[in-house]
Design a protein around this ligand. Structure first.
Ligand code: HEC
Length: 146
């Protein structure tokens, strides 16, 4: 093989590796969390959600309260977060009484798609993502009887 062919081979191999990485996942551009927080507050997400560090508007006793953010055992993927905002009924949040969070299979969460601009969505998701923290891993202790 002459050096010219080797060079072409390199370009092809590295070109392919590059493609593979680029196609691994899809995400929107990184947004601005401070502006995302403004969206979160102005859209009144807190009327149904609670989030550490945020006061809820006149919270009554039996108010719907789905927790967002905080320490979790498994982080939501970027795609899951986006999906839960643009298509809330796709996968309902776990750990809640079904009758509280859905009606005839549809999430009670409003669909904001015609309300949010793409820029607001990008910022909102960046803000939400920054509010989750992975819980430190704790080992299960086993007692072995012999
Ligand atoms: C009228 C009540 C209501 C409002 C307002 C509301 N949500 Fe929700 N949201 C829910 C309910 C109920 C769920 C649980 C069912 C589901 O997963 O759709 C939920 C689920 C979610 C989840 C997934 C949580 C999980 O643990 O899976 C996210 C993220 C979320 N909402 C974000 C938002 C954001 C951001 C806003 C404001 C733009 C908002 N919600 C406004 C009721 C609401």
């Amino acid at each position: 093989m002459n050096s010219h062919k080797i060079l072409i081979l390199f370009v092809i191999v590295f070109g392919l590796v590059g493609c593979e990485q680029a196609s691994k996942g899809f995400s929107l551009p990184i947004g601005d969390p401070a502006q995302g927080e403004e969206v979160f507050l102005s859209m009144q997400c807190l009327s149904c959600h609670e989030m550490e560090g945020y006061e809820r508007p006149e919270s009554g006793e039996d108010k719907l309260s789905v927790t967002l953010g905080g320490k979790v055992a498994t982080l939501k993927t970027y795609a899951e977060l986006v999906t839960s905002v643009i298509n809330p009924s796709h996968q309902l949040a776990e750990g809640y009484e079904l009758s509280d969070i859905q009606h005839e299979g549809e999430s009670v969460m409003p669909v904001y798609n015609s309300v949010l601009t793409v820029e607001q969505l990008i910022n909102l998701i960046t803000f939400l993502e920054s509010r989750y923290e992975l819980e430190p891993y704790t080992r299960t202790e086993y007692i072995i009887y012999r």
